[in-house]
Design a protein around this ligand. Structure first.
Ligand SMILES: OB(O)c1ccc2cc[nH]c2c1
Length: 248
C-alpha cells in the first residue's frame, strides 16, 4: 500500500519512521511519503491561507497549493490534461480528516487496509477551501472521504491522519507478526470490547490474577473471557451490544 500525506507540518510524521509502521516501511509493506504543502506555493512567504469569503473568524486554506499538490500526486485531472486517451486511472482514496466528517471505525480501517493507495490531506486553520474537495472528487479513479476521529475538534488534520494511518497500517497483511492477535481486539469479530489481560506475577500488590486463567481449562477460560467481554461492553459501550444482549 502506498500512503501519501500532504501537510504544512511534514516533520510531524517523523514518528512513522519508528516502531511497527517504520519496520513495515523498511520491509516494503507500506510505502509512506510525506509532502510539504508549502512546496506548492509561489510567493516569498509561501502562503497557504487567506481570509474566508462571507467573513468570520480564522483563515481558510487556499485552493491553489492543494490543487497543485494533488496534481503532482495524481496527475493533472482531465479538465487540465489535453484529453488524449488515457489508461484507466488507478483507484485512489483521498482521506480528508475533518470534524465534519463521518466517524472513523474499525470496520472502515479494515476496508481501507485493502486499498492500494491512500492520500491524506491534512488541513489547518478553519479547514481547506471546499472546492479542493469537490474538484478532487472529479478526478478519474478518485474517491474522497471526509472522516472524523470523533466528536471533538483538533487544531488540524495531522493527529487524525496519524491515528488513521496506524489503525489502517497495522491491518495491512504482514505488518503485524501474529495476525491472530488482531482477532481478539476490541471492535473486531463480534464487535464486543476486549477482555481484560493479565501476565506474571500471579499476585501483584495484593491483587491476584483471576484463578480461571491459571486453571489450564481452555474451554472454561474462553467462556470466562467472553463473559468478561459482554460485562465490559454492557458497562462501557452498551451501544455495541448485539440486540439480544442489550435487552438483558
Ligand atoms: O478534529 B479534526 O479531526 C480536524 C481535522 C482537520 C482540521 C483542520 C482544521 N482543524 C481540524 C480539525
Amino acid at each position: 500500500m502506498r500512503i501519501d500525506i500532504v501537510s504544512i507540518f511534514p516533520e510531524f510524521f517523523g514518528v512513522l519512521d519508528v516502531s511497527l509502521l517504520g519496520k513495515a516501511r523498511q520491509q516494503g509493506l507500506l510505502d509512506v511519503r510525506v509532502h510539504d504543502l508549502r512546496d506548492h506555493t509561489h510567493d516569498r512567504h509561501r502562503t497557504v491561507d487567506d481570509t474566508p469569503y462571507g467573513g468570520g473568524a480564522g483563515m481558510v486554506m487556499k485552493p491553489g497549493p492543494w490543487g497543485e499538490a494533488l496534481d503532482d500526486l495524481l496527475g493533472e485531472s482531465e479538465t487540465e490534461s489535453d484529453g488524449a486517451a488515457q489508461e484507466p486511472a488507478p483507484r485512489v482514496v483521498i482521506i480528508v480528516p475533518s470534524p465534519a466528517g463521518r466517524p472513523f471505525t474499525q470496520k472502515e480501517a479494515r476496508a481501507l487496509a485493502l486499498e492500494d493507495r491512500l492520500v491524506f490531506t491534512c488541513g489547518r486553520y478553519e479547514g481547506i477551501d471546499q472546492r479542493v474537495i469537490d474538484h478532487a472528487a472529479t478526478r478519474p479513479g478518485v474517491e474522497v472521504r471526509e472522516i472524523s476521529l470523533g466528536d471533538y475538534v483538533l487544531n488540524g488534520g495531522e493527529v487524525a491522519a496519524m491515528a488513521m494511518i496506524e489503525a489502517i497500517g497495522r491491518l495491512v497483511p504482514g505488518v503485524v507478526g501474529n495476525p491472530e492477535s488482531l482477532d481478539q481486539e476490541s471492535h473486531e469479530g463480534d464487535g464486543l470490547l476486549e477482555y481484560p489481560s493479565y501476565t506474571k506475577p500471579a499476585e501483584w500488590r495484593g491483587l491476584a490474577v483471576p484463578p480461571i486463567l491459571l486453571s489450564g481449562n481452555h474451554g472454561a477460560i474462553d467462556a470466562w473471557r467472553h463473559e468478561q467481554q459482554l460485562e465490559r461492553t454492557r458497562r462501557v459501550r452498551p451501544d455495541l451490544l448485539p440486540d439480544a444482549d442489550a435487552a438483558e
